[in-house]
Design a protein around this ligand. Structure first.
Ligand code: ADP
Ligand code: MG
Length: 450
């Protein structure tokens, strides 16, 4: 933004990135004589950690301006991301002028992690090529997050649901504690920029390819595609409340900071089959998220449908002379380093009232017990309305943390075995064991099979 740039209060209200806390009063305090706000204004949350608004980024839209970083950002102790740890001066200097052929820069890669300090990963890719160009930053992040060495390892694929082991005992425990199961993965179409770097043409192209794929789904998978912009408020609320729909982008999530919520809701949409057990999201964080979900804890049933959906999408992409973004080193490629490889997140909504009580209690170490237990089994807990939400009623979303270096079958198996153990520890707490006894029991179990 040049020095003369300014913005009206109405515009501010529409732009998540400029949202000003403090309402009317604050506005009156900071607006200029012409009634508009001169940009950048000193309290702009997006400029707190360095960078400046770009005048020249061709991906800028009326609702979003990318930041450019001429120097290493000023990371604070609030920055939790792997990106903030691995973007050293040396890496910054090496990559600062790198650019993909579709125009994605280092500034674009790191922006969301800089302006949204609480993110765990904090870096995005704007297109397929980025994964090679910015590997000096991505690979250490990948190593950190997945424990996977992209320089030397090869990523396995296995979409054969008959290989899952789900014992009768596990089935019984899951039926008791698990409210619903969901398995999703990211799939992106080669040749189009990813949402964080996409033009309107990219988004429209992706939507067209996917619509064609949906039209070709048959049997249990057959269903309807809904454009996000065309949903009624009621439909949207219903889908959101059932956990079928994307979270709405806010100023503080990955999507907005990465520029992936530009021109929302254009060319975004949702497909679901008749029974609402197979769903696809279009142009949210990735071109496509494929989702299989149902009530209860029948993991093999959910995984079987997931595999069928994955295969159908791949076949359809190939029949339309396109292919999915994939390579041997990194598996399925997408927007976030956390979703490479299988891109698969297998989650259960599981009710853990005792862990929840500890979390709401006073003792800091006990608050983190669930986090600690999950991490021991390579799982990640989330709240009941998605990432960074609260666990209403003690209901947690617990899923595999890794996506890369393990096959789909291995990851779903790790989730089954890990959640089974988490539930056993919840039962210990319910039977009067102390958090320290739970810790001891947790450390006594063997590492889950890799
Ligand atoms: P992801 O990035 O994997 O899609 P999010 O954390 O963004 O996951 O959550 C997306 C939505 O899916 C949220 O509304 C969340 O509540 C819902 N969800 C996640 N896991 C389950 C599950 N096992 N059962 C029902 N809904 C779920
Ligand atoms: Mg998400």
């Amino acid at each position: 933004m040049g020095a003369a740039a300014s913005i009206s209060q109405d515009e501010v209200k529409n732009l998540p990135q400029y949202k000003i806390a403090g309402g009317e009063e604050k506005w009156n305090e900071i607006k200029g004589e012409d009634g508009n706000l001169a940009l950048p204004y000193p309290e702009d949350p997006y400029l707190k950690f360095g960078g400046r608004y770009s005048d020249s980024d061709p991906k800028n839209t009326p609702d979003f301006k990318y930041l450019e970083f001429d120097a290493l950002p000023n990371f604070s102790d609030k920055h939790k991301s792997a990106m903030s740890r691995h973007l050293t001066q040396e890496v910054f200097d090496k990559l600062r002028d790198a650019k993909s052929s579709k125009g994605y820069t280092l500034s674009n890669v790191i922006m969301t992690g800089v302006v949204t300090p609480h993110l765990g990963v904090g870096a995005t890719a704007g297109d397929e090529e980025c994964w090679e160009i910015f590997k000096d930053l991505y690979y250490p992040i990948i190593k950190d997050w997945h424990g996977y060495d992209a320089e030397t390892q090869v990523h396995p694929v296995d979409l054969d649901p008959s290989k899952l082991v789900f014992s009768d005992e596990q089935k019984e425990v899951f039926n008791q504690y698990v409210v619903s199961t969901r398995i999703r993965a990211a799939r992106n179409v080669s040749g189009f920029a990813l949402p964080a770097g996409a033009t309107a043409e990219d988004r429209a192209g992706v939507e067209a390819v996917l619509k064609q794929a949906f039209a070709g789904l048959t049997g249990e998978l057959a269903g309807t595609y809904y454009e996000l912009g065309g949903l009624s408020d009621e439909q949207r609320d219903f889908l959101l409340q059932k956990g079928f729909l994307f979270q709405i982008p806010t100023a503080k999530n990955l999507l907005t900071g990465a520029g992936a919520a530009r021109s929302w809701p254009d060319n975004r949409g949702i497909f679901h089959n008749e029974a609402q057990t197979a769903l696809c999201w279009v142009n949210e964080e990735d071109h496509c998220r494929i989702i299989s979900m149902e009530n209860g804890g029948d993991i093999p049933s959910v995984f079987t449908r997931f595999c069928a959906l994955s295969e159908a999408l791949k076949a359809s992409a190939e029949a339309n002379n396109t292919k999915l973004m994939w390579n041997e080193k990194l598996g399925f490629l997408g927007t976030c380093p956390s979703n490479l490889g299988t891109g698969l997140r297998a989650s259960v909504m599981v009710v853990l009232p005792k862990f929840n009580e500890l979390m709401e209690g006073e003792n800091q170490a006990d608050k983190e017990l669930l986090e600690e237990v999950c991490s021991k089994f390579d799982l990640q807990p989330r709240g009941s309305a998605g990432e960074h939400s609260a666990a209403v009623g003690g209901k947690f979303d617990v899923s595999n943390k890794q996506r890369l270096g393990f096959s789909e079958v291995q990851l779903v198996q790790k989730m089954i075995d890990g959640v089974n153990k988490v539930i056993k520890l919840e039962q210990m707490l319910a039977n009067g064991s102390t958090p320290d006894e739970v810790r001891a029991a947790m450390n006594a179990v063997d590492e889950p099979a890799a």
